[in-house]
Design a protein around this ligand. Structure first.
Ligand code: BG6
Length: 500
């Protein structure tokens, strides 16, 4: 699989024609707008992926002029864009598209004036597709959408789309309520729930990897797979996000969304076609096949832990029991996966940054080699590395030359050497899809609710249990190792891939 020829130049994605649009970003003074959204739109403009005319309107409380807003966005692009240093012509083309609209989220007059601006843009520049991006605190999702509906800017018969950030609710009842509130104002087809993991190239590749090849499907089940391990490890601690993170924790910040999405794409059945609905249908079936964990199961099959020193972090409660690490064993109760544990773990302040799905295959049944080599005979494993060093590695056993000895070796496909360095940010793909109207890489209401069902019952089961501790820079608490040991398994060492 390793490339033998010199790296080919990166090929940009096939172009599609996006309609002339206006994107209104609510929460335009926030971190997300400066770090991700505007740099992503700038990236799309650089790739010539945006239409000839479009408009981006920042909507936030604080009064400021267009020029001040543009300078703030420029500072964000200079700092966070993948296209640094910023090309002067790119910026010159981009800057007139940015304008600012000051208003309170609960003030009908602010929506009335926005409506006038939008009507004017439709009349003078033909910008008729409206996208309202809610980069706000989740508490504002329903109020803002209700105001937009009251102003006649979104509605069940209007083409306007609304994009909401995660988290979608903070538990199952609140997520249910939010679904009801938003569905009262617009159709599910015009509601785009972001999970930025779905915009990552490597996560999208999971679908291609599984279903555009014929060799995996016959082995992608409990006949040959022993267990599946999904890790999203971060090296950074909570940094400056203590105030937000302390009220959320790893389970709600990462497991409810990113990890559940990775799990469902890894485990889903082949969809009938590539339509958004068919893919969502298969993903939600996986989540529905996971039984709601009872308290005993939560005790035996989950771990919550906090890194040492977390409580001393800026704006974190000194007595906090918030988990910065979560590990769980999930059983998918269907024909394909019966008896195959899916081990999920995520945490902050861990040994390294690594997001990886490892498919661990069963040991060879015959004792042919095992009698001779014992534990030296590794299990075959497929590592699907999502970040960094994106690629796929297949570990298998080989004979050492000149010796009757076995050694695990690694066959690898590496994105960068195969495709060059073209790698759009997740938000570029997702914003492009929202403008185009393709909701495949967004989460559907039923998926979000199913994920909350599982996560809520785990969190309830945790209520009376203490939070374990782990060392900063380690691979997590020993309790997580013991959880796998009880099944005769162990976490695959992500630093030394070949030794499974
Ligand atoms: C976000 C979480 O959704 O994902 C953060 O809120 C986390 O806590 C981040 O750090 C990880 O994303 P990525 O793309 O850096 O893996």
């Amino acid at each position: 699989m390793s490339p033998t020829a010199p790296s080919p130049k990166a090929t940009p994605p096939p172009s599609r024609v996006l309609p002339p649009f206006v994107m209104v970003i609510f929460g335009a003074s926030g971190d997300l707008t400066t770090r991700k959204l505007v740099p992503a739109l700038f990236g799309l403009q650089h790739e010539a992926a945006l239409p000839a005319d479009y408009s981006i309107i920042g909507f936030a409380r604080r009064p400021k002029g267009d020029d001040e807003f543009r300078q703030e966005m420029k500072a964000g692009i200079d700092k966070f864009s993948r296209l640094r240093p910023v090309d002067a012509t790119d910026w010159k083309n981009f800057t007139p598209k940015l304008t600012y609209h000051a208003g309170n989220f609960d003030d009908p007059a602010a929506y009335a004036s926005l409506k006038k601006i939008l009507a004017d843009l439709a009349k003078t520049r033909g910008l008729t597709q409206h996208i309202f991006y809610l980069a706000t605190s989740p508490d504002y999702f329903a109020p803002v959408v209700q105001q937009l509906a009251a102003a006649g800017l979104v509605g069940r018969h209007l083409p306007a789309r609304v994009v909401v950030e995660k988290p979608f609710g903070h538990d199952l009842p609140s997520a249910h309520q939010l679904v009801t509130d938003l569905h009262a104002c617009l159709d599910e087809t015009n509601l785009f729930r972001i999970d930025h993991y779905l915009g990552k190239e490597t996560v999208q590749n999971l679908l291609y990897f599984r279903f555009a090849n014929s060799i995996w499907e016959p082995i992608w089940n409990s006949n040959l797979i022993d267990n599946v391990q999904i890790t999203v490890a971060e090296q950074e601690g909570v940094g400056t996000r203590g105030a937000f993170y302390d009220g959320v924790g790893a389970m709600r910040d990462m497991v409810q969304n990113h990890m559940m999405q990775l799990l469902s794409i890894t485990a889903m059945e082949p969809p009938a076609n590539l339509s958004s609905q068919s893919i969502h249908d298969e993903k939600v079936k996986v989540l529905r096949s996971i039984p709601t964990p009872k308290v005993e199961v939560v005790r035996a099959s989950t771990v919550r832990a906090q890194y040492e020193g977390y409580r001393q972090s800026d704006r974190v409660n000194p007595q906090s029991t918030t988990e910065t690490y979560a590990a769980l064993k999930v059983q998918i109760d269907n024909w394909r996966w019966s008896g195959v544990p899916f081990y999920l773990r995520t945490g902050k302040a861990l040994s390294s940054r690594a997001s990886e799905i490892v498919i661990v295959f069963r040991r060879p049944p015959a004792a042919l080699f095992r009698a001779e080599f014992g534990d030296l005979l590794s299990r075959n494993a497929m590592h699907i590395r999502l970040q960094p060093d994106e690629g796929v590695h297949l570990c298998f056993n080989a004979k050492q030359p000149g010796r009757s000895s076995v050694q695990p070796v690694d066959m690898e496909f590496c994105y960068a050497s195969e495709f060059g360095s073209y790698s759009p940010e997740a938000y570029e793909r997702l914003l492009g899809d929202a403008i185009f109207g393709d909701s495949t890489l967004f989460t559907r209401a039923d998926e979000v609710l199913e994920a909350w069902r599982i996560v809520d019952s785990i969190r309830q089961g945790w209520q009376d249990s203490p939070v374990a501790l782990y060392r900063t820079g380690s691979w997590g608490p020993q309790e997580a190792d013991q959880m796998l040991k009880a099944d005769g398994n162990h976490w695959v060492d992500l630093d030394a891939r070949a030794k499974v």
